[in-house]
Design a protein around this ligand. Structure first.
Ligand SMILES: [Fe+2]
Ligand SMILES: [Fe+2]
Length: 363
């Protein structure tokens, strides 16, 4: 079960920074979080220190930072540390030894896969720009949603621009943009989920060598996979507890409604309604729409479904905790017959460097 954190910890690894650099970094983000992951202590996307190796120094860095931060930021930061069971001052450094080895679903930190160290200015610029791209895509998702709700169709140009921007981000710095799907908590779940699934789809597709128009089509399909939920009654969509069977039946209509909206949108690639229609269908014949049967599912659908389940399960909601990676993997591999393509599942977890009990070999 997940720890007290809503989101899994970060995956990028950069050089340790002196305290003034941390303050500088902190000034660029709205909600920094200090997190423990195995022997490392993470401040947002930065690994600031190896806990086991230089625990005291970490505590000093954090403490220095807290001394220079304004009162509100420091209070927020300290509260966050306490939430996470991580020490926020030298005096409280001892509990670090007893903090959970893994706060939440973990990431592999394979030193051979660590990106080259970058100067702090580069980190700030790159991450700030990526974050802007991410947030702008969340805005585009919201616009698409509003248009679908108001007009029954979406603005294809705006959605395509968002996907092209995300595809470019995946090409330029996939680690950073993928890390944002794990760390960015701003905005409404519906819209961040749309963007996260799109990024995780683009990342999988690029890793398979898919590019050009097909990459864009797959990204659009992922971004808009749940667009049919604009027609789901709000009380069902936002219900903070488990749906009743009758409500679940109504919610299931979002697959058909989504395909209808996307088919109605002029110029929409044919793949997008296919993905919307199929994304809850499983390879073993289970899933919905219940009457639909497929010999096999579209590759775009299969990758979207894996990203969809992964992002939904790792996100903390009012009615569910954030699940750790091994639990998500168990769901993706459950059933006597595979529901999700086993090769794609394996590739997905390898792509994200996800550490599981027993290592990747346990896949
Ligand atoms: Fe869905
Ligand atoms: Fe979804």
């Amino acid at each position: 079960m997940a720890g007290p954190v809503g989101r899994p910890p970060k995956m990028s690894r950069f050089t340790p920074l002196p305290s003034e650099r941390i303050a500088e970094w902190h000034a660029t983000v709205s909600d920094s979080a200090l997190r423990a992951l195995d022997e490392q202590l993470l401040l947002d996307l930065l690994v600031i220190e190896e806990v086991d190796a230089r625990r005291r120094q970490v505590a000093t860095i954090v403490s220095d930072y807290l001394r220079t931060a304004d009162r509100e930021t420091a209070a927020k930061f300290e509260l966050r540390c306490r939430d996470l069971g991580v020490a926020a001052s030298p005096a409280a450094a001892a509990p670090l030894e007893h903090s959970p080895r893994r706060v939440d679903a973990g990431r592999a930190h394979d030193s051979e896969q660590v990106p080259p160290l970058q100067p702090p200015g580069g980190i700030k610029d790159s991450s700030g720009e990526m974050r802007e791209r991410y947030l702008s895509a969340v805005g585009a998702a919201e616009t698409a949603w509003d248009a679908a709700a108001a007009d029954g169709a979406i603005d294809l140009d705006a959605a395509e621009r968002a996907i092209d921007d995300l595809a470019d981000a995946v090409t330029r710095d996939r680690r950073l943009i993928v890390a944002l799907t794990e760390t960015e908590e701003s905005g409404h779940y519906t819209f961040t989920h749309m963007v996260n699934v799109a990024i995780l789809m683009l990342d999988q597709a690029r890793a398979l060598g898919i590019d050009g128009q097909l990459l864009r089509d797959m990204g659009l399909g992922a971004l808009l996979h749940d667009i049919g939920k604009v027609l789901t009654p709000k009380e069902i969509l936002d219900k903070p507890v488990r749906l009743t069977p009758a409500e679940f039946e109504i919610m299931q209509r979002h697959t058909v409604d989504g395909a209808t909206i996307l088919r109605r949108t002029p110029g929409m690639p044919a793949l997008a309604p296919v993905v919307a229609f199929e994304h809850h269908l499983r390879l073993d014949g289970s899933g919905y729409p219940a009457a639909a049967r497929r010999e096999r599912l579209n590759l775009g659908t299969m990758m979207c479904s894996i990203a969809d389940v992964y992002d939904a399960m790792r996100s903390q909601r009012t009615y569910q905790p954030a699940y750790p990676a091994d639990r998500i993997l168990a769901v993706l591999r459950s059933g006597r017959k595979p529901q999700f393509d086993p090769d794609l599942v394996q590739r997905f977890f390898e792509l994200l460097d996800i550490r599981l009990p027993g290592g990747l070999a346990s896949l």
